[in-house]
Design a protein around this ligand. Structure first.
Ligand code: G6P
Ligand code: MG
Length: 218
């Protein structure tokens, strides 16, 4: 039986994936190389430090830790400029209705995000009150595809991994769910998210009845 839904934040509940992309792209251009949307798929769901390492690998650059810290900081400053202006209009279609329905139907709700900026985003968009537990990048030590963030979420909710369904837009996030022994729903295209149990274009295509039907065996 499905007892809990664990949500990724960026690209699942809110439209912040575009801000991450713009900020990384700006950084790549400053460093003198192109960074495409396809490259960006590799960064989704991945921590800030790991993202920078992938970006530098794409650009063929090797930098020391000091320089890397500065670059990660400068990308984040740019990103924070964008998210500080966010409001509820940037909640993705279907997300709020589904969160509300989960709560009214007794399904527990947790956040499982790699972002250290998650609280700013949840507060600015008014989403904070919908969560029973919030696990973000300030509470984890291992990045997705490590399952830590979702396992901590299940633990905080007092449910077992087998009773959880993870909602993710990133390949690394689906892998984290699988490694954690959880069912998953990919939000996006089955080209990148084919490993999920179910792939839908957005949370508009999800409701509690469908969730229970799709995961009746869970
Ligand atoms: C999410 C996003 C990633 C981002 C990571 C860390 O998982 O999908 O693109 O790099 O969070 O976010 P932060 O806000 O801490 O830099
Ligand atoms: Mg995401």
């Amino acid at each position: 039986e499905v007892k809990a839904c664990l949500f990724d934040l960026d690209g699942v509940l809110v439209d912040t994936a575009k801000y991450h992309y713009i900020a990384w792209k700006e950084l790549a251009e400053r460093l003198g190389f192109e960074f495409t949307e396809k490259d960006n798929e590799r960064l989704k769901g991945v921590s800030r430090t790991a993202s920078l390492n992938i970006l530098l690998e794409i650009g063929g650059l090797t930098l020391d830790e000091d320089e890397k810290t500065k670059l990660a900081e400068s990308k984040n400053n740019r990103y924070v400029e964008y998210i500080s202006k966010m409001d509820s209009s940037e909640i993705l279609p279907g997300a709020l209705d589904f969160l509300k329905e989960c709560r009214s139907q007794g399904i527990l709700v947790a956040l499982g995000s790699a972002s250290k900026n998650a609280m700013t985003i949840l507060d600015n968009t008014g989403l904070t009150p919908y969560f029973d537990a919030i696990i973000d990048g300030t509470k984890t030590s291992a990045a997705k595809p490590d399952p830590e963030v979702f396992l901590l979420g299940a633990e905080a909710l007092g449910v077992s991994p087998a009773e959880c369904v993870v909602f993710e837009d990133a390949e690394a996030g689906i892998e984290a769910a699988i490694r954690g022994g959880m069912a998953s729903v990919g939000i996006g295209s089955s080209e990148t998210l084919g490993a999920a149990n179910l792939v839908i274009p957005s949370l508009q295509e999800m409701n509690v009845a469908r969730l229970k039907e799709a995961f009746a065996a869970v």
